[in-house]
Design a protein around this ligand. Structure first.
Ligand code: ATP
Ligand code: MG
Length: 452
């Protein structure tokens, strides 16, 4: 085990001893402890860092536990047979224990200052230290290793850079993170502009943590966001999809969405939705609001939410807009549906790379809306057996609740599900009969129409 004096960089930390902080081993995932113990036993430094420490100090249950160590990825891999090195931009080690993944990162150090980047190069590459910058100062590869003090400076916000180890049970604070935790502030470490230029996703993370923790964003951390928001354009749509999911499934989607709009960051993730909403009817706006509210509600009740349902709701106003246009162009209903669904999804794919399995499910939720409204006996029976019936039914209720005029369709399906087999048969019969009666009435009235 390491004694305090052996740890380079530790002299710059405020050290909080065991009896002066509230973190206890019993609140830490046993798997994270296992990783910590094994690294320490092998002679490395190892700390829980990030959300794990922050949330424990706030009395919240951490979402996951991240570990920082001075062991290099290859050295970590030797110690665990369930370890995988992943990522190129930011190499980390995933240690898997069933469903739980413990993320282990090697201490990072600073790169060359941005001023050193020569103007006539598109990017500067330091192969030796595996560091690559873009012309704008964005870090394209971040695998320069260092000591704990350097690592603390490379983290995003002060409250995310608190370290806890079972080696002495002490808490280390290099950036006055504990003070910010107390005054409930999200403060970026270092020069805000430079840090956002290195990684523009930090602007989204500031919003995410502020909404989730109910912390304010410190003034200097907030100020450059407006001016630098455009940098999010250079982030890959795959990474933006991951961030969007984190933003929307943290249990604070309503607040996060509002903040993203307030900080002009929403357009880099949800431009098609925001544009459609600016022209949409009240029910579309309401549907998006309700979907976010219900997402938060479900997560707070420990229920699952799926990206496909979330995007079905967020893109519903976009889909409806295209559908109206296609109908105006006189396209056949099936073709109009197909094209509008594809347009809406393709537009969103330009911002966030939603994996295909989710876009297929989103389309199916939309397609099932017309099947749920069908009066054909066969359609009613098959839609109920569809594996996405539940999602489609929930979506139908959402549409109804947001004010779309669906003539009690949601209620009918609620009753249908609550009924037994013979009652269901009767319900189907009466609904399909209604159609026939309606159709024959129309026929006869058309027949009597003077124009015929
Ligand atoms: P969550 O509760 O969402 O897991 P977290 O703070 O643990 O929050 P992670 O995305 O799991 O966030 O990252 C773990 C830690 O890694 C962060 O707390 C932060 O110290 C560091 N980190 C993550 N992303 C960045 C980034 N883009 N720039 C700098 N540091 C980062
Ligand atoms: Mg985390």
């Amino acid at each position: 085990m390491n004694s305090e004096l052996d740890v380079p960089g530790i002299e710059n930390a405020d050290i909080v001893p065991r009896d002066s902080h509230t973190i206890s081993r019993k609140d830490i995932s046993p798997n994270a402890l296992k990783v910590l113990y094994r690294l320490l036993k092998a002679g490395y430094q190892a700390y829980i860092v990030g959300g794990g420490v922050r949330d424990l100090l706030l009395g919240k249950k951490p979402k996951d536990f991240d570990i920082a160590t001075n062991a290099k990825p290859a050295e970590i891999k030797v110690l665990f047979n369930n370890a995988r090195v992943i990522g190129r931009r930011f190499r980390i080690v995933h240690i898997r224990f069933g469903k739980e993944i413990i993320e282990v990162t090697t201490f990072r150090a600073d790169h060359h200052p941005i001023s050193e980047i020569t103007e006539n190069l598109t990017f500067k590459e330091d192969r030796e230290r595996d560091s690559v910058h873009s012309e704008e100062g964005m870090i394209l590869r971040d695998n320069v290793y260092g000591n704990i003090d350097e690592d603390a400076k490379r983290r995003d916000f002060t409250v995310n850079a608190l370290y806890y180890t079972t080696d002495g049970f002490r808490l280390l604070d290099f950036n006055r993170g504990l003070q910010d935790l107390k005054s409930r502030k999200i403060r970026i470490i270092g020069d805000p502009k430079e840090r956002y230029k290195e990684d523009p996703v930090r602007m989204l993370r500031a919003i995410r943590f502020s909404a989730k923790l109910g912390f304010s964003i410190e003034e200097n951390t907030k100020k450059p966001i407006d001016e630098l928001a455009y940098l999010l354009d250079s982030i890959s749509s795959a990474r933006l999809f991951d961030e969007t999911i984190k933003l929307m499934t943290g249990g604070y989607a309503v607040k996060t969405f509002a903040m993203l709009r307030e900080f002009q960051l929403g357009t880099f993730l949800f431009s098609p939705t925001l544009e459609a909403l600016s022209e949409a009817d009240n029910s579309s706006t309401k549907l998006v609001e309700l979907a976010l509210e219900k997402t938060d509600q479900r997560l707070n009740e420990n229920k699952s939410v799926t990206p496909s349902f979330l995007f079905a709701a967020l893109l519903w106003p976009v889909f409806k807009m295209h559908l109206a246009e296609s109908k105006n162009l006189g396209l056949a209903p099936q073709l109009a549906f197909e094209k509008s669904a594809q347009f809406a999804i393709n537009e969103q794919l330009g911002y966030t790379a939603i994996p295909r399995r989710f876009t297929l499910a989103t389309k199916e939720i939309w397609l099932l809306q017309s099947k749920l409204a069908s009066r054909s006996k066969k359609s009613m029976e098959t839609v109920f057996c569809n594996s996405r019936f539940r999602a489609a039914y929930d979506f139908l209720l959402l549409r109804e609740e947001s004010g779309e005029e669906l003539k009690g369709l949601g209620q009918w399906w609620t009753k249908f599900q609550e009924s037994n087999e013979p009652e269901r048969k009767k319900l189907i019969l009466s609904r399909s009969k209604k159609k026939k009666r309606f159709a024959s009435k129309r026929k006869s009235s058309n027949h009597n129409h003077p124009g015929n």
